[in-house]
Ligand binder design. Structure first.
Ligand code: NOJ
Ligand code: MG
Length: 531
């Protein structure tokens, strides 16, 4: 059971993101669903995760696979019904697993009744819930772009003679967050899920809610597609958003131990850091995406982590992510032939031992990679509009590889996206049975976190180490955990402190480690505890 008085649970939790279409298909329609997730809860418990973030499962025409919502208070029949959500939540809570749902309120679907009313007439009370500009000639009001359509973000609405704004696909018209009635409606939808018992929200493109009041064109930048040569300073990332974050925080806090994590849109960690608020009165966490864009290397990740820690305001708690449904999986990004698994182990130890809440993405625990998807099988609007450039997201959303049976055990029917070609060798069943597998490495690191609270909430200090090695120490209540990660394919020597070996193959777990020089083999991890 979960403890509703534990208001800081999200600081200690290992989060696991599920892309529900792709996790487990219980009813054989080729698409994953909520019952499928419930059936896999025992698996998630065994892996040891504490909280799930489930990508959208609400009513949707699926133009952006659920990120276009047409009813904020219902489950799409593809995924099940509200009772399936209730049942999943109760079963997860029974196991002590929390569930954070995806709140997509920068935009709705164009099939949401709110938008249908809004577009019907300027006199409709909901008209002002969305963003409009009068059509004057053929030129759109400014240079803002639809990321997923690679064209202007302004679309004509004949009924009112106005443009509406949609910066993802044309089917995702954007709300006007300056409108108080709209805000009330959104807070109502948030309450709906909090009342059902959801443990919080992942807030989709949270820093995009506000647009420039003067609708100025974005300045030029050397970004290539999909950003079409512009810096997003006027169509998102406006300061007004902090006021809304404060309102959301007050709402979440009024329910007790719920949490908010925002997706910030813009690759700037400083922007993400600012979303915590100066007085810890905005989002509980804002995604730190910097690892998603870092080249492999001890220096590169250490620099990134140091910068993030520096940027966070007093009292804010860090978080780290290596993969999600929008970017290439990190196993693929850092692949290096026969060294790929070694790198994945180092990456896992980094993610699970740094100071900050780790977010895993389904399948990373078995080293799922991004395969080639034939053009005819592409589904992602971004992938389709930018093909053959490598921006599509389908390769990161392929079905979870459970076993070596047909469809990788995902379900009885052909899945909505093709299963990765490597599934016969790389799957949960095979890796669970192999004590040296990546899966068992993840599970053992998560167990180690539970056994050593210093790894979860301890202070952190960097340790001196050669250039290819990232080393740090976590301390809490007299207990210390030292972590040494060799990011290179060569042996490196480190000066270790005395203690007890906790993980890695440098010394058998539980054996005493004397202070002095130790050799770390290629991609070797060594974790030592001490009292
Ligand atoms: C960010 C989400 O992570 C992405 O998947 C989605 O397409 C856009 N927001 C639009 O909602
Ligand atoms: Mg299904």
């Amino acid at each position: 059971m979960i403890d509703r008085t534990d208001s800081g649970w999200w600081r200690d939790a290992v989060f696991y993101q599920i892309y529900p279409r792709s996790f487990s298909d219980s009813d054989g329609d080729g698409i994953g669903d909520l019952r499928g997730i419930e059936e896999r809860l025992a698996y998630l418990s065994e892996l040891g995760v504490d909280a799930l973030w489930i990508s959208p499962f609400f009513k949707s025409p699926m133009k952006d696979f659920g990120y276009d919502i047409s009813d904020y208070e219902d489950v799409d029949p593809i995924f099940g019904g509200l009772d399936d959500f209730r049942s999943l939540l109760a079963a997860a809570h029974e196991r002590g697993i929390r569930i954070v749902v995806d709140l997509v309120v920068n935009h709705s679907s164009d099939e949401h009744p709110w938008f249908e009313a809004a577009r019907s007439s300027k006199d409709d009370p909901r008209h002002g819930w969305y963003i409009w500009k009068p059509i004057e000639g053929r030129k759109p009001p400014n240079n803002w772009i639809s990321l997923f359509e690679q064209r202007s973000a302004w679309y004509p609405n004949e009924e009112t003679g106005e443009w509406y704004l949609a910066t993802f696909t044309r089917n995702q018209p954007e709300f006007d967050w300056r409108n108080p009635e709209l805000r009330k409606a959104i807070y109502g939808a948030a309450r709906f899920w909090l009342d059902l018992g959801a443990d919080g929200f992942r807030m989709d493109v949270a820093t995009a809610y506000f647009k420039d009041a003067k609708y100025r064109s974005n300045p030029f930048s050397w970004n290539l597609v999909p950003d079409l040569l512009q810096k997003h300073v006027y169509d998102r990332n406006r300061p007004e958003v902090h006021g809304v974050f404060k309102e959301f925080r007050a709402l979440a806090d009024s329910y007790g131990d719920r949490m908010l994590i925002g997706e910030t849109h813009g690759l700037d960690p400083a922007l993400a850091a600012s979303c915590h608020g100066e007085r810890d009165d905005e989002l509980h966490m804002a995604f730190n995406f910097d690892f998603l864009f870092r080249p492999w290397g001890a220096r590169s990740f250490r620099e990134s982590a140091e910068r993030w820690y520096r940027l966070l305001p007093e009292g804010a708690w860090p978080n780290f992510t290596l993969s999600n449904h929008d970017q290439k999986r990190h196993y693929y990004r850092y692949r290096a032939g026969a060294d790929s698994d070694g790198r994945a182990r180092v990456a896992a130890a980094m993610l699970l031992c740094l100071r900050g809440t780790p977010f895993l993405y389904y399948g990373e625990e078995i080293g799922m990679t991004c395969g080639r998807i034939p053009k005819a099988a592409l589904r992602d609007p971004l992938g389709l509009s930018t093909w053959p450039l490598p921006f599509g997201r389908d390769a990161s959303r392929t079905p979870m590889q459970w076993d070596d049976s047909p469809n990788a055990g995902f379900g009885p029917a052909e899945p909505w996206l093709p299963v990765n070609a490597d599934y016969k060798a790389k799957n949960v069943a095979a890796q669970r049975a192999d004590p040296d597998s990546l899966w068992n490495w993840y599970a053992s690191l998560i167990r180690l976190r539970k056994a050593e609270p210093a790894l979860v909430s301890g202070d952190m200090a960097w340790l001196d180490a050669p250039a290819d090695v990232m080393a740090w120490s976590r301390t809490r209540e007299g207990r210390t955990v030292d972590v040494y990660l060799n990011f290179s394919g060569k042996t490196r020597s480190v000066d270790v402190r005395a203690g007890i070996a906790a993980a890695g193959t440098v010394a058998p777990a539980g054996s005493e480690v004397a202070a002095g020089e130790r050799r770390l083999g290629p991609y070797e991890v060594f974790i030592v505890t001490r009292r």
